[in-house]
Design a protein around this ligand. Structure first.
Ligand SMILES: [Zn+2]
Length: 84
């Protein structure tokens, strides 16, 4: 036991997760959206980023807005907490 909260384990490889920020591509039906500086838990072993519920909500919101732009590739920066 390390005193860390349960659940900070990568579901893919079992590595430890640490807080960081990641650039994550989201592939939609007709387009690709790349979101930079997403606060996430990143696996120290396989570097896979995992989002928390709050970040997922913000990104779902962003993707909904982007869909209306109908551009093929969009690059966004994750909003600051004050903005979100
Ligand atoms: Zn991993």
């Amino acid at each position: 036991m390390t005193g860390k909260r349960a659940g900070n384990i990568c579901p893919l490889c079992g590595g430890a997760l640490e807080a960081g920020s990641a650039t994550i591509p989201f592939i939609l039906k007709e387009s690709i959206v790349i979101v930079k500086h997403v606060p996430s838990q990143i696996c120290v072993e396989c570097r896979e980023p995992f989002l928390t519920g709050r970040e997922t909500d913000v990104i779902t919101d962003l993707l909904t807005q982007v869909k209306e732009l109908s551009s093929e590739v969009t690059v966004l920066t994750f909003p600051e907490p004050a903005f979100a």
